[in-house]
Write a protein that binds this ligand. Structure first.
Ligand SMILES: C[S@@+](CC[C@H](N)C(=O)[O-])C[C@H]1O[C@@H](n2cnc3c(N)ncnc32)[C@H](O)[C@@H]1O
Length: 341
């Protein structure tokens, strides 16, 4: 069961969406990002994404075509069998540490790979297909394989860049082997980057690939803990930008994460979540399938409501479906900052 339904990234089997299982990809460099920031009437900071997936895509795909790319519509309609997992720490440990990250670690060791982009390319299976289906704002696009990393990296940079000047330290919670930190440090090398992940194999892999990059460090961490060591040890006066990417997704509720994060609001300048935004879905057919996808994977359902109800912070941004590398599990971008009044 696990292997045929194993997910490559953001808990999707990207190969389920891919066409033409050949052709080698080439990874393009990251496009320059200039986020656009405006103050709206409520004096809340509103940031408009500059990332237009049409710039990367070859064509628009009608929704009717989705089942040709993905096994998920049939599963969600219960035409094919699917057993809903319970997303416990043990489930995530077996899916990530004992399966994916162990295999990436072995791949890196066997092939002497020390470059994070090569591991990401392997993770995405980019050499095994020509194109895939992605989404933005409810529209499906065909994206050539060699555009996946540029588009994915651009969304990351667009989300974090507005806060980077103010930050001394950038922390990613649930970072895997830290590829997002790698992308950030390539663009902003003069910051300190710290990542935490439950998977010890991901931590070991990070030691291999960032051995020559002393400003990136990944350590073992558990979202469910009452304190977060990475934030504990940020010395007084340091300004921390905290982010997550499809990692809180792995927790059916975000309540504990914010209980713990609230202990560090004195040092956090902003929080950015590139995550599933269940509350952002409406009643369109695509969004109804997305809700069912979240339920079928026991993913997070309350991140946005937890942030809205959390005392001591204000929400700065909440944009749905900024990019769906898996169009049934797209990224919302949700941003907040502590309310220091
Ligand atoms: C879909 S991956 C995303 C990884 C990374 N953010 C990225 O964008 O590549 C989800 C990550 O959440 C981590 N994770 C799941 N449960 C966790 C927990 N309780 N504490 C810390 N990390 C956890 C997994 O090990 C995995 O690395």
């Amino acid at each position: 069961m696990m292997s045929c339904f194993s997910f490559i990234y953001i808990n999707q089997d990207i190969s389920l969406y891919n066409k033409n299982l050949h052709n080698i990809c080439c990874i393009h460099s990251i496009r320059a990002i200039v986020p656009h920031m405006t103050n709206n009437q409520n004096s809340t900071l509103s940031i408009q994404s500059k990332i237009n997936i049409r710039d990367y895509a070859s064509r628009i795909i009608p929704l009717d075509e989705l089942p040709k790319w993905s096994k998920w519509p049939r599963r969600l309609l219960q035409l094919d069998e699917w057993n809903i997992p319970r997303r416990t720490v043990e489930k995530n440990d077996s899916e990530y540490d004992k399966d994916k990250y162990l295999s990436y670690l072995n791949f890196a060791k066997k092939n002497g790979i020390t470059n994070a982009d090569e591991i990401r390319s392997h993770e995405f299976g980019l050499s095994t297909f020509e194109s895939t289906v992605v989404s933005q704002k409810g529209i499906l696009f065909e994206l050539p394989a060699n555009q996946i990393m540029p588009a994915n990296n651009s969304v990351l940079l667009d989300s974090l860049s507005p806060y980077i000047d103010e930050a001394d330290i950038v922390i990613e919670l649930g970072c895997g082997y830290g590829h997002n930190l790698w992308v950030m440090q390539n663009q902003y090398p003069n910051k300190r980057y710290i990542g935490g992940d439950y998977s010890r194999n991901a931590v070991e892999l990070s030691k291999l690939i960032y051995a020559k990059h002393s400003n990136i460090n990944v350590e073992q961490f558990n979202f469910y803990d009452d304190t977060y060591n990475m934030l504990e040890k940020c010395s007084f006066g340091k300004k921390v930008l905290v982010f997550t990417r499809h990692a809180i997704e792995q927790l059916p509720t975000a309540t504990q994460v914010f209980n713990t994060l609230s202990k560090y609001f004195d040092r956090i300048i902003a929080g950015v979540h590139i995550e599933v935004g269940f509350d952002n879905y409406d009643n369109s057919l695509l969004d109804l399938m997305r809700k069912k996808y979240v339920i079928a994977n026991d993913y997070n359902r309350d991140l946005i409501s937890v942030i809205k109800q959390q005392p001591g912070i204000e929400m700065l941004r909440n944009d749905s479906d900024e990019l769906g590398i898996n169009p049934l599990n797209p990224s919302s971008i949700v941003t907040w900052r502590p309310n220091i009044s």
